[in-house]
Design a protein around this ligand. Structure first.
Ligand SMILES: Nc1ncnc2c1ncn2[C@@H]1O[C@H](COP(=O)(O)OP(=O)(O)O)[C@@H](O)[C@H]1O
Ligand SMILES: [Mg+2]
Length: 336
């Protein structure tokens, strides 16, 4: 294999992908620097070894027969199209790869040039974008359910309540009927409040305009639906929070409020945005039952975890101060 000399390697070393040349028997004849880096072997350790060294044990036997097939129909093509190809490093760790093969006639006989690309990063991005898509679809579905509840079921409840009010008007002389109808109206109010709380949880969490207004609108809506007194305090003269950050913070506040309604049995909650040098601090503080924020939370309760992740996405650090019986304060420190 005189034609594959050291100069050939210098050229191949500048390629971005791993390049490996093997002979018809599957022996490695040449590798570039990227192959050494990818697999953690030196060229000396690889030359003369069979290419199966670079794949996990479980694929080796099968590969030997694939290699024989290829030798009888050598054409340029990707290896194992549609299959997940895995490389194995010297230290035994595995990583996803993409491989293309092309045959080449040389003075020393037929060889196969193999281009190997590490696709771990691409896989990771793909998985991330799949997860985002699922989240978006879920969000759309929640929106739809929220709208159905709001526009359909709530309207029906109003209609029934109205009819009961009418009955009340014409049955003034029967105190027992009057009492029962009044109770039914009260119960309907409770049902409607419950539904409005669900709608609050399900609605699309978006806002237009600035963060302060969005917080005030959210607080208003929350107070109406939860009957928990909700205050917003925003110090004057704070720097504007960019929308991309504000969206994440808004979602955290939404989830925190949702927790207050579901868990805290609070009578008041206050949302504040103020300067606590060198940060801007956003707090959601309730006067409810409190809990142990250091305690284990079962996997299916994802609210606090999501809040933390969203805070991170906004460059903020979230901390929770809470004691059983002593109320809860969720604090976010945003670099000013
Ligand atoms: N403001 C709060 N007051 C009291 N308990 C809370 C509060 N926020 C969270 N918790 C507790 O933390 C747990 C985890 O919250 P979270 O991760 O949002 O999950 P979920 O709301 O689905 O239970 C809740 O089940 C509750 O016990
Ligand atoms: Mg929650």
């Amino acid at each position: 294999m005189q034609d594959l000399d050291i100069d050939g390697r210098t050229l191949l070393d500048s390629a971005p992908d791993g390049i490996l040349v093997a002979d018809a028997g599957g022996r490695i004849r040449l590798v570039n620097q990227q192959v050494e880096d990818l697999f953690g072997y030196t060229a000396e350790e690889l030359i003369g070894q069979s290419v199966e060294l670079l794949m996990p044990q479980r694929y080796r036997e099968k590969h030997t027969s694939h290699r024989d097939d290829y030798a009888s129909h050598p054409v340029a093509r990707p290896m194992g199209p549609g299959l997940e190809l895995i490389g194995r490093r010297k230290n035994g760790t595995e990583f996803p790869v993409e491989i293309s093969l092309s045959p080449m006639e040389t003075a020393a006989g037929q060889v196969v040039t193999t281009v190997i690309r590490d696709v771990s990063e691409r896989r990771r991005l793909q998985e991330e974008s799949n997860a985002l898509r699922v989240e978006l679809e879920t969000e759309r579905e929640r929106h739809r359910i929220g709208m159905d509840l709001h526009d359909g079921i709530m309207q029906s409840i109003y209609a029934v309540a109205l009819r009961l009010e009418l009955i009340l008007d014409i049955t003034e002389e029967n105190p027992e009927v009057k009492r029962q109808v009044e109770r039914a109206i009260e119960e309907l109010h409770d049902v409607s409040r419950d539904i409005r709380s669900y709608v609050f949880d399900l609605r699309p969490r978006q806002f237009a305009g600035n963060f302060s207004n969005a917080l005030m609108e959210l607080a208003d809506e929350f107070q109406q639906n939860s009957q928990i007194e909700t205050q917003v305090e925003i110090s004057p003269g704070l720097p504007t929070i960019p929308t991309s950050q504000a969206v994440s913070l808004y979602l955290v506040v939404h989830e925190a409020l949702s927790n207050v309604r579901k868990h805290a049995r609070a009578s008041r909650v206050s949302i504040s945005l103020r300067r606590v040098d060198p940060y801007i601090q956003l707090s959601i503080a309730d006067d409810g039952t409190g809990f142990d924020p250091g305690g284990e939370v079962p996997e299916r309760h994802r609210g606090l975890r999501n809040m933390k992740a969203r805070a991170r996405a906004a460059d903020a650090v979230m901390s929770i101060e809470s004691q059983p019986g002593g109320g809860t304060s969720v604090n976010l420190r945003i670099p000013a």
